[in-house]
Design a protein around this ligand. Structure first.
Ligand SMILES: *[C@@H]1O[C@H](CO)[C@@H](O)[C@H](O)[C@H]1NC(C)=O
Ligand SMILES: *[C@@H]1O[C@H](CO)[C@@H](O)[C@H](O)[C@H]1NC(C)=O
Ligand SMILES: *[C@@H]1O[C@H](CO)[C@@H](O)[C@H](O)[C@H]1NC(C)=O
Ligand SMILES: *[C@@H]1O[C@H](CO)[C@@H](O)[C@H](O)[C@H]1NC(C)=O
Length: 372
């Protein structure tokens, strides 16, 4: 038998160690922190329940694609990372770029050519280091067509090359890279079909946050609907379908992170006696534009003596008071979703958004369910 050279042996040991690290590293428990949540500073976050917290959001300049951080934002960013790193149980901090209301067009233009991608990438790395973030999260909602999806793949590749190079030259840990995505890998919106570049995602991102929510909402006021059903007996718009589709598309399961809502979506019923899922509706219900943080859903239910229903066909909750109808997740539906996620052996879960929970009821349930 040929003797292993010491250097080879070292490599073998190293790769064994890395493998075992890979298989034993814990679940990804994320939460987005909306930087506009006035009554909920980063210090209020119970970091024992999370592994990663995202600052939502930063947006690059729409022509230079570089971040321009004003002095007010600079204070917030520094406070965010310092506070969360100094907790007794520290978490990793990410800043999330874009978001639902930022739109898609700026990203489309940025991703279109090598030079604009490079400006964006270098600026993102600079911001991350300057304010002491552990990584960057891309929240492009959503790539609009097949060309965007190809460019999305190029962007991830060049981003990974850049953070590897930067880590090497500074001897710092490599920045983490993640992206918030549609709940499934294939998108057909406005009659345009496109599919995420799963190979590039596997190779270049540490994980994706699949936004498994907003299945129904104020964009369809004709009937009530579930916000984030685990199952839907009548359609493929569900968390189980989304997660399974990602796995069928061959994402590495440990890179798949399931989204959970800490808010509800509301409707005004046409007839208070017809109140099931899919009942006729005429308008949004209570809350802001038909949306309400979980903590306020709880208050609303108590104050209005609402009828609360757990729907076991969809694994979701709704509450009814008069003509007000609210669909949401609660402790039990989240527990069942986490159990489902564990069966699929995916990487973890995240919440939109951390300020919506009531005394960490749901976040604690999620965290404990993942362990047991
Ligand atoms: C983006 O950058 C350009 C060039 O520096 C500048 O003229 C423009 O005002 C910036 N846009 C915004 C919205 O700040
Ligand atoms: C960039 O943002 C500015 C300020 O919001 C806006 O007026 C301008 O139309 C935008 N440019 C492009 C190319 O989208
Ligand atoms: C963060 O900001 C809060 C509120 O302004 C302040 O009380 C706290 O001391 C700051 N923490 C750090 C680490 O800067
Ligand atoms: C759900 O998706 C499957 C394939 O992924 C398809 O065969 C089926 O027709 C879809 N069902 C509905 C209701 O769209």
């Amino acid at each position: 038998m040929e003797l292993l050279k010491p250097s080879t042996l070292l490599l073998v040991i190293l790769s064994l160690t890395m493998n075992s690290m890979g298989s034993t590293h814990g679940p990804n428990k994320g939460g987005y922190w909306p930087s506009w949540s006035n009554d909920f500073p980063p210090s209020a976050i119970d970091t024992t329940l999370f592994t990663h917290v995202y600052y939502a959001f930063l947006a690059p300049n729409n022509t230079t694609f570089k971040f321009e951080i004003d002095s007010h934002t600079a204070v917030l960013l520094k406070n965010f990372t310092t506070t969360l790193h100094e907790k007794t149980t520290p978490v990793k901090t990410m800043f999330s770029v874009g978001g639902g209301s930022f739109g898609s067009k700026t990203f489309s233009r940025m991703a279109l050519d090598h030079n604009s991608r490079k400006s964006f990438i270098l600026s993102s790395v600079e911001v991350a280091r300057k304010f002491d973030f552990d990584g960057v999260d891309l929240d492009w909602e959503f790539p609009q067509n097949p060309i965007d999806m190809v460019n999305f793949g190029h962007l991830l590749h060049e981003w990974r090359v850049a953070v590897k190079k930067e880590a090497k030259s500074t001897s710092k840990p490599q920045l983490l890279l993640s992206a918030a995505t549609y709940f499934k890998p294939e998108i057909t919106l406005d009659n345009v079909y496109r599919k995420y570049p799963v190979k590039s995602i596997n190779k270049n991102l540490d994980w994706i946050n699949a936004m498994c929510y907003d299945y129904h909402g104020s964009w369809d006021l004709s009937a009530t609907g579930t916000l984030a059903a685990l199952f839907d007996p009548h359609s493929n718009v569900s968390t189980s379908y989304g997660l399974q589709s990602w796995i069928k598309a061959k994402i590495h399961p440990e890179k798949l992170v399931m989204g959970l809502p800490l808010y509800g979506r509301t409707w005004k019923l046409k007839d208070p006696t017809l109140y099931g899922i899919g009942a006729p509706a005429i308008d949004v219900g209570p809350g802001i534009e038909g949306s309400m943080p979980y903590v306020e859903v709880q208050e609303f239910n108590a104050q209005n003596n609402a009828k609360v229903v757990f729907d076991d066909a969809t694994i979701s909750y709704y509450s009814v008071a008069g003509t007000s109808w609210i669909g949401y997740d609660d402790v039990r539906s989240v527990k069942l979703k986490i159990e489902y996620a564990r069966l699929l052996k995916i990487g973890g879960y995240f919440f939109w958004a951390v300020d919506g929970d009531q005394e960490w009821k749901i976040s604690r349930q999620a965290s404990e369910t993942w362990i047991n």
